[in-house]
Design a protein around this ligand. Structure first.
Ligand code: NOJ
Ligand code: CA
Length: 665
């Protein structure tokens, strides 16, 4: 039984194996992309659901709609799919029922199951889900280990047969985390020998454990392996139980993976009636100076970053440059007892400022200067302490007019045995988003659960980390992220949703604070991140003294954070990418191009500009001596008149980039 994509190219075929196990085959243009892949569940104190099923009923649905996200990469999104629903029942007692949904879109497919209420049984305990993806080739693959606690790994690029996830657990800062035998986290992206791109992920992860993919390197077989819980199970749920969608994005161009809205389309519409308080924006932070070691989060060091005086200094800078918001970390007590401590419960206090930080005074000062503050809740993964204080903490921010909060979960989860990506935490992260919505608060989560498109349903879930971000340039073991890192993220992590990478470091050498660390690309590349990396809350990360007087700052100030249209003009994973986006507020187009290690001549057809309109292109390019290693700061800013139909040609330095603001005349 088959369901086809609206354009007829992709086919998802459902079948029951001889043993009565549900399975599917995925093909496109009659070429098999995933061969017979079986589906199964195993339980505690209940027989497996694998074999012995028969088809009772099947039905088809089609949806074609256009919906408008509150904010995002596009003002309007088309959602068009064909769906097959099959109702299965066991041939023998206890005659359990099992429903599977198969959806085919033009840009990929998705499948999920529902376990309806079954007689006497009210609750089930899953010990794993066995959804397979049987690859048909030894694809080139970009992957991170299937770590149960953290996604902040470097990407490896190997054939599927060469995936060796355990060997990648070599960073001491990540050593405490749990990585199973040989599994990867999603999104995991692949390129076939024929040049077809596939990416595997999940959508609408709700009341369930996160999914890693166990890799059988001999059979080229991926199988879902859910993140565990303290009691050794994976998922505990009352019936009916609805699983997240298992997704496969399919594209001929790597850039089309980025343009796909599959993950969002698989989520439910917004639950919020009023969304006027939700606003994408740029922000600075008393933040980078702690990562550089110039100051500290705690007060005991004598170099406290979040002082009243320092906050006013940042607020003045924001006001002078029209940067709307300021994040302040380390303002509340508890930081003396943070990283490395076992007993972290009851330590952080989310409402009590350090004595050298006049919270009310800083808020009043910021208001006077027209700058809004962004709150911070570092929980140190002591979840119970946070849940106990959450209402008071959000209430305080609401009273102070603070409508965005960054959360953080550094360290192993307490209670011990729970993991950042398990069901316990999936539910916690969601409670925070719902609670925040009640208090009119936008969330930027660090050390989060991966994005699965929940932002459609909860548009106050703005952005999140969940990757190795800028901060690793300041202190990681290998002296910073490798050059290709920013060229892999758009095709992997970013397919899940917005990323708080925190661009905007202008002092790329990190001197004098971290002489043994650096940012491995040019300033033009750093500016281009504002366009390539999507985040509705986008940081201008560097210190005021590093930004003041920098001509390139103008780009960071003018670039949009909420887009009516986005186009990936070209891109190869780990090599280069060029993206153009149109700002929803001003209607202006912006362009960002990232280059890899080899010099390159970029040639962009300006077909996206409006017909019969004159523009000035403000071009932020690599200077003649620019090189990520020797002259990263060499930036050349020029202006030139341009029109639709013309071609913009610009040389890109090794590790270079290009950022352009097209200003209509
Ligand atoms: C880790 C976060 O990623 C970082 O942004 C933050 O500054 C620290 N935790 C402290 O909360
Ligand atoms: Ca982090």
């Amino acid at each position: 039984m088959e369901v086809d994509s609206p354009d007829g190219r992709i086919a998802l075929t459902f079948l029951l194996t001889e043993a009565g196990q549900p399975a599917y085959v995925l093909s496109r243009d009659d070429e098999i992309l995933l061969d017979t892949s079986t589906l199964g569940l195993s339980f505690r104190a209940w027989p497996d659901m694998k074999k012995g099923f028969r088809l009772v009923h099947a039905e088809r649905h089609t949806l074609e709609e256009e919906w408008q996200p509150v904010w995002g990469e596009a003002a309007s999104i088309r959602n068009h799919y064909n769906e097959l629903l099959v109702l299965l029942e066991e041939k023998q007692a206890p005659f359990r029922q099992w429903h599977w949904y198969f959806r085919a879109y033009d840009d990929g497919v998705a499948l999920r199951y529902v376990l309806p209420a079954q007689g006497e049984v009210e609750e089930v305990v899953l010990t794993d889900e066995h959804s397979q993806f049987q690859l048909t080739g030894d694809h080139q693959c970009w992957w991170i280990p299937g770590d149960w606690d953290i996604y902040e790994h470097l990407y490896s690029s190997t054939r599927v047969s060469g995936i060796d996830a355990l060997a990648k657990r070599k960073h001491p800062s990540l050593a405490q985390t749990h990585i199973p035998e040989n599994a990867v986290n999603t999104p995991v992206t692949m390129r076939s020998e024929e040049g077809l791109y596939l990416s595997f992920h999940e959508a609408a992860l709700t009341n369930y454990a996160g999914m890693t993919l166990k890799v059988d390197t001999n059979r080229l077989l991926l199988e879902s392996e859910l993140v565990g819980a303290a009691d050794g199970s994976k998922v505990r749920a009352r019936l009916p139980l609805t699983s997240p969608w298992r997704t496969v994005q399919i594209a001929d161009r790597a850039g089309d993976l980025i343009q796909s809205h599959l993950i969002l389309n698989l989520n439910e519409p917004s639950r919020l009636d009023s969304t006027g308080w939700i606003q994408p924006m740029k922000y600075m932070g008393i933040w980078w100076e702690m990562h550089l070691g110039k100051s500290t989060w705690d007060m005991a060091s004598g170099r406290h970053g979040a002082t009243t005086e320092n906050a006013k200094r940042y607020i003045d800078f924001c006001a002078r440059h029209g940067i709307p918001a300021l994040l302040i970390e380390g303002w509340n007590t508890g930081w003396e007892h943070w990283i490395g401590f076992e007993d972290r419960e009851g330590v952080f206090d989310f409402v009590t400022p350090y004595p050298d930080f006049d919270l009310e005074g800083v808020v009043a000062y910021a208001r006077k200067k027209g700058v809004e503050l962004i709150g911070h809740h570092e929980t140190s993964a002591a979840v119970t302490t946070y849940e106990q204080q959450m209402d008071t903490a959000f209430q305080l921010y609401r009273r102070l007019g603070i409508r965005a909060v960054k959360t953080g979960y550094v360290g192993p989860i307490i209670p011990k045995g729970e993991y950042h990506h398990g069901q316990y935490m999936v539910n916690h992260y969601r409670r925070v988003v719902e609670k925040a919505a009640r208090y009119g608060s936008m969330i930027n989560a660090h050390e989060p659960i991966k994005a699965t498109g929940i932002r459609r349903t909860w548009p106050n879930m703005m952005t999140r980390e969940g990757m190795r971000g800028q901060e690793f340039n300041a202190w990681s073991e290998e002296g910073g992220n490798p050059l290709e890192h920013t060229l892999i993220l758009p095709f992997t992590r970013m397919l899940a949703g917005p990323l708080d990478y925190t661009p905007g470091v202008f002092n790329l050498s990190l001197n004098p604070y971290r002489p043994d660390h650096r940012v491995r690309h040019t300033l033009a590349h750093e500016l281009a991140l504002y366009v390539v990396f999507y985040s509705p809350l986008q940081m201008v990360a560097d210190l005021p003294e590093h930004l003041e007087g920098q001509p390139g700052l103008e780009f960071a100030k003018s670039v949009g954070v909420d887009w009516s249209e986005s186009r990936v003009l070209e891109g190869e994973i780990g090599e280069y990418i060029t993206v153009a986006r149109r700002d929803k507020a001003s209607g202006h187009w912006f362009l960002g191009a990232l280059n890899g290690g080899q010099p390159r001549r970029l040639s962009v057809a300006l077909d996206f500009l409006e017909e019969a309109r004159e523009y000035v292109a403000v071009v932020y390019a690599d200077g003649p001596d620019a090189h990520w290693d020797t002259r990263p700061g060499d930036l050349e800013i020029t202006e030139q008149p341009v029109k639709r139909g013309e071609v913009l040609e610009v040389p890109l330095a090794p590790g270079g980039g290009l950022a352009v603001h097209f200003r209509p005349l």
